[in-house]
Design a protein around this ligand. Sequence first.
Ligand SMILES: O=C(CO)COP(=O)(O)O
Length: 125
Amino acid sequence: MKLALIAHDGKKTAMVALAAEFLPLLQRCQLMATGTTGGRLQRELGLQVECLLSGPLGGDLQIGARLAVGEVDAVIFLRDPMTPQPHEPDINALVRACDVHDVPCATNVSGARLMLRAWSEPGAV
Ligand SMILES: O=C(CO)COP(=O)(O)O
């Protein structure tokens, strides 16, 4: 399972907590993340994560490009709906790419939990 993990600053602690909750599953996945999110997951949970560029510097677009060629199976993107982002067009492009290519994309913790629980079933990943 190739999983992309992305969180805006206001959601990074929630992302780390979510990843801790599903640690055994995530340890079996091939993980990629935008730079700062990935750094926290590596440092705080010891996960192996391929860190791409930070979101505002093009990380969302890198994940979108990989997704478009079949290199991403699912995305967890914890967006902060209360804070304007300078790279809003990149964020929209990534979510659009998920819809274009029918790649599952959870944009909040509850949706992400449903996704990760389904993949925690024996034989799912
Ligand atoms: O801005 C982001 C996603 O749009 C996240 O990027 P970072 O993980 O580098 O903070």
